[in-house]
Design a protein around this ligand. Structure first.
Ligand code: URP
Ligand code: ZN
Ligand code: ZN
Length: 467
């Protein structure tokens, strides 16, 4: 068998199978997976990667990132270069960002803007979802966008000030369109009017002085997310359109999704993010509490526990990061007022280590479930299962090799992200990629990035909403 690279002696973990096997790579694709391949390989200068004692898993697929996003009066500081370098170092080989129209932009213009951000500098493969910010103007473009390989759309139930918010009529009609066109609607589910009321009610000097960044948690009780999820699920059940709830952070949200699916709504899906599994809202009480502000915010330990069990029982199908990096300087814009904090955190470089360490090592997930939630399911549900998310002959050779127990202390100074802090600073985590391959090319070796600017390609996608 002719090949360019062979990964030998590792334990190959797919979502459906764990096996001791070699992986042969020809060009950008996986040529074979099996025992004893090393002996059968021919070809000049075959690169041999020794994975003895390590797991060999599909590259992570993070379907929720915001790179170079203009937001909260600034721009998120990981762009397509630092963001995808961070991804590679974390073993993530595919990212999906949200192209968002600004002002009167069409969906097409949003795609062009986001293509310009990524072109020539991305180091791993990428795709876009499209935000629908003006249903009446943008609805006519949906089928053309699907033809271009962008079959997933997003509506925000908050962010009126950004010009992004959609109302129920727009969501209802978008779900009908998803049903008719074979797309999938993603929603940021938080209840805007009650949230605005709670923020207004508590927006005073006395409480801000007393609670600091913890005001973010005080003004976003769990029902803010739960009510919005319930409403979006109602419209999905009524229309039959596919709905994917992004960054679900509450136990109540998990209960609503579980209930809907139990009652037959198999068109309803949910994602959670690593931060909701590994952090709780006590972080807002610390000295740098404002750094952790993100929407929705991290919740209570009880929510974490429910989200872990919802991953295990299949209610939550994917784990992502919602990476939206802001530096200390950017976050300092808050000056004691939580409503002025740029919302978002870095996450790409630590997603697999956090979920592996908190999930697999703490026996909340099996190794195969870890691969399912971080690799297979996100690829498949976003219409990328024909290329990503599994170590299988014919698929892209996107692979992460991780040591089962070697721990690395998280230190932002040694990371690829542009962030000058980390939500996990000082934590010792296993699950960092010793080696990462992107379409057959080694982009991380000995835990260090060694990839190439512009290597990452745009990925047109097929029908979403299948698991
Ligand atoms: O706080 C966050 N998550 N920032 C990014 C925008 C969003 O809501 O996903
Ligand atoms: Zn969001
Ligand atoms: Zn987001």
């Amino acid at each position: 068998m002719r090949c360019d690279t062979i990964i030998t002696g590792g334990t190959v973990v797919n979502a459906n199978k764990t096996e001791k096997a070699d992986v042969a790579i020809r060009g950008e694709k996986i040529a074979a997976v099996g025992k004893g391949l090393a002996k059968r390989v021919t070809g000049d200068g075959v690169r041999v990667i020794d994975a003895a004692g390590c797991y060999v898993i599909p590259g992570g697929v993070d379907v929720h990132v915001h790179l170079a996003l203009p937001f909260c009066g600034t721009t998120s500081s990981d762009d397509y270069n630092s963001g995808t370098r961070a991804a590679a170092r974390g073993g993530v080989t595919t990212v999906i960002d949200f192209a968002i129209p600004y002002g009167d932009d069409t969906l097409r213009q949003a795609v062009d803007n986001w293509t310009a951000k990524a072109d020539g500098i991305a180091c791993v493969d990428y795709a876009f979802h499209l935000a629908i910010t003006n249903w009446d103007k943008q609805k006519k473009e949906l089928s053309r966008m699907i033809e271009l390989g962008i079959p997933t759309f997003k509506q925000f139930m908050i962010y009126e000030a950004e010009g992004w918010q959609s109302d129920d009529a727009a969501m209802f009609q978008a779900l009908e369109a998803m049903r008719d066109l074979g797309g999938m609607l993603m929603v940021h589910a938080e209840s805007s009017r009650v949230l605005d009321e709670l923020i207004a009610r508590h927006h005073n000097k006395k409480e801000m002085k007393q609670h600091g960044a913890y005001m973010h948690a005080i003004t976003r009780p769990n029902f803010i997310e739960a009510e919005a999820i319930r409403r979006a699920v109602t419209w999905a059940e009524a229309t039959g359109g596919k709905l994917y709830v992004v960054h679900m952070s509450t136990g109540e949200g998990a209960d609503i999704i579980a209930c809907a699916r139990r009652h037959g709504a198999k068109n309803v899906f949910a994602e959670t993010c690593a931060q909701y599994l590994a952090l709780d809202d006590s972080v807002f009480k610390g000295k740098d509490g404002h750094l952790y502000a993100t929407c929705p915010q991290v919740k209570k330990p009880a929510d974490q526990a429910r989200l872990w069990s919802a991953l295990k029982d299949g209610t939550v199908c994917t784990i992502a990061t919602d990476t939206c990096t802001f530096t200390r300087k950017q976050k300092a814009a808050w000056k004691g007022d939580w409503t002025k904090i740029p919302m978002g955190m870095p996450g790409l470089e630590t997603m697999l280590p956090v979920v592996y360490s908190e999930g697999v090592l703490k026996k909340r997930l099996t190794m195969r479930q870890f691969v399912d939630k971080c690799c297979r399911a996100p690829a498949k549900i976003m219409g990328l299962g024909h290329r990503k998310g599994a170590i299988k002959r014919g698929l892209d050779a996107d692979i992460a090799i991780i040591h089962p127990s070697k721990k690395i202390k998280v230190d932002w100074r040694k990371m690829e992200t542009n962030a000058d802090w980390s939500p996990y600073q000082g934590r010792s985590l296993a699950g960092f990629a010793r080696t990462t391959l992107s379409r057959g090319r080694v982009v991380v070796d000995k835990y260090k990035f060694c990839g190439e600017n512009g290597w990452g390609e745009f990925l047109p996608r097929k029908t979403p909403g299948q698991v």
